[in-house]
Structures are given as structure tokens and as C-alpha cells.
Write a protein that binds this ligand. Sequence first.
Ligand SMILES: NC(=O)c1ccc[n+]([C@@H]2O[C@H](COP(=O)([O-])OP(=O)(O)OC[C@H]3O[C@@H](n4cnc5c(N)ncnc54)[C@H](OP(=O)(O)O)[C@@H]3O)[C@@H](O)[C@H]2O)c1
Length: 262
Amino acid sequence: MSKSSGASTPPIPNPMDLSGSTAVVTGASRGIGLHIALGLLRQGANVITMQRGPVAPELAELAAGTGRIAQAYPVDLSDPDSVAAAAQAVLAEHRVDILVNNAGTQIRHDSVEFPLEDFDTVMNVNARAVFQLCQLFGAPMLERGTGKIVNLASMLTFQGGLRVPAYAASKAAVGQLTKALCNEWAGRGVNVNAVAPGYIATEMNSALIADEARSEQILGRIPAGRWGAADDLAGAVLFLASPAAQYIHGTILAVDGGWLAR
Ligand SMILES: NC(=O)c1ccc[n+]([C@@H]2O[C@H](COP(=O)([O-])OP(=O)(O)OC[C@H]3O[C@@H](n4cnc5c(N)ncnc54)[C@H](OP(=O)(O)O)[C@@H]3O)[C@@H](O)[C@H]2O)c1
């Protein structure tokens, strides 16, 4: 049967096994990114983090026990020169099989007075750096004809939110970039997908969590009956980064306790 008529790939003994691969995760200092990095390492991958500080102690400790790499490359994702320099430093030393664009930032103001400087910061970290890193790490993946990219979207990829217009615009952009790159790269062996977290209890949401009324209102819409935890995302990311997801392209997988179903 020809490839175009639907020939499948031969069965893989453990399609979630990432042994021998190297993954880059942005923003793995804490929160969701740290748990994604821990999950990738547990699943057999070497982990390169691109973040502002050193490797988180939990990640360094886990890596030491496995003999696999956990190495941090400093970057400020709001600065395209810093992004380019850090990515080039990583690529000079590693073959990168998996890219997880996790880092993100959120700034809240009423829209009418939202400072343009803050708008630019959010767009640059959440959307421009994602695109730039997809280009920089995607190029060698395309040359080899294999690679996995997972971007962190949001409920605000689909909804508008309140007082976070830049964040909503940036996460809509993440969804559209995921689909746009999928259309160009799926036929060339590179899977580009996204996960969309629901309401997850991390530092990013400390203001929402502190607002008891708003926090209760959010909880009331979550069918699972709880806010998400920082480690709730790792399973979906590992799946999309693994051979199990070989024929999944351009999808945005919600990990939201059912929020979007309401
Ligand atoms: N929590 C949620 O409910 C939720 C919902 C939907 C989507 N998400 C998305 O999930 C991802 C992770 O979120 P989280 O909740 O884990 O957030 P978090 O706890 O606030 O962590 C954000 C991470 O991004 C890094 N970062 C931010 N700006 C950066 C910059 N300019 N340069 C380098 N690193 C930078 C932070 O590094 P530092 O430690 O150096 O600040 C940190 O590692 C984000 O893309 C977020 O938008 C989260």
C-alpha cells in the first residue's frame, strides 16, 4: 500500500517512551513547566530548559538519579536577540527532538487603560517568542523529517476573559500558529499541537485565587469540581510529544476539568 493511501507505521512496543530523545521546555522554573520537565525526564528524555534562572532543584535531583541531562540555558523571552542566542547555544550542543513552548506571562488591567508597553510584553513572550522558537527548533526538525512541538494555549484561546486583553490575544495567536505551522509541517514529519489548560492553581493565577468570589465563580463552572493542579498538564504534553501521537497534527487539546463542555 502506498504511503498516501493510509499505510500505518509499524507498532512500537511502548509508544509513550521518550528514551534517547532530547526535549526543550521553556519556563520550567515553576508551575506547569516544571511538571512537564519532570514528566519528560521520567519518561526517558533528556531535558533542556530555557528560562531566566538555573534548573529547579527538583528537576536537578531527579536528573541526577537517572543519569539523564537536565540543563538550563538562560533566556529572556521578551527579547528576540536573547531568544535567538539561547536557541543557537542549545542547537550547537544538542539535537532537539521535542520543543514545549510553555513559558507565558499575564498582566491584568482594565482594557480601557491597558498600557501598550504591557500589551507588547505579553504578546512578545506569549506569541512572538513561541513563533521564533518554532522557527529556530523547527528548521532542523524539518531537515531531519521528524520532531514534535507542543505549545501551551489556554481557555482564552477560545474565550475573551476579563481584564486580560493582551493575554487573550496572545493565546488566540498560539492556537492559530499551531494550526498554521501544522499545515506547512505535518507532511514533512513535524507534529505541531497545543494543550489548553483550564484554570490551574499556579502563581499565574494568584490574583484570581485570592479573589474569593471570583475563585468560587470559576470553580462553579468546572465539572471536575476542582481547580487544576500544576501537574495535571504533563500527561497530555507527554502524549503529544510521544510516538503515540504520530498522526495528531494541529490539535488543541483542552485539559480543563470539563470547563469548555459547559
Ligand atoms: N495556570 C493556568 O491556569 C494556565 C491556564 C492556561 C494557560 N496557562 C499557560 O501555561 C503556561 C505555564 O503557566 P503557569 O501557570 O505554570 O505559569 P507560571 O507559574 O506563572 O510560570 C510561568 C513560567 O514562564 C516563565 N516566564 C515568564 N516570562 C518569561 C520571560 N520573559 N522569559 C523567560 N521565562 C519567562 C516564568 O519564569 P520566571 O520563573 O523566571 O518568572 C515561569 O517559568 C503559560 O504559557 C500559561 O499562559 C496557564
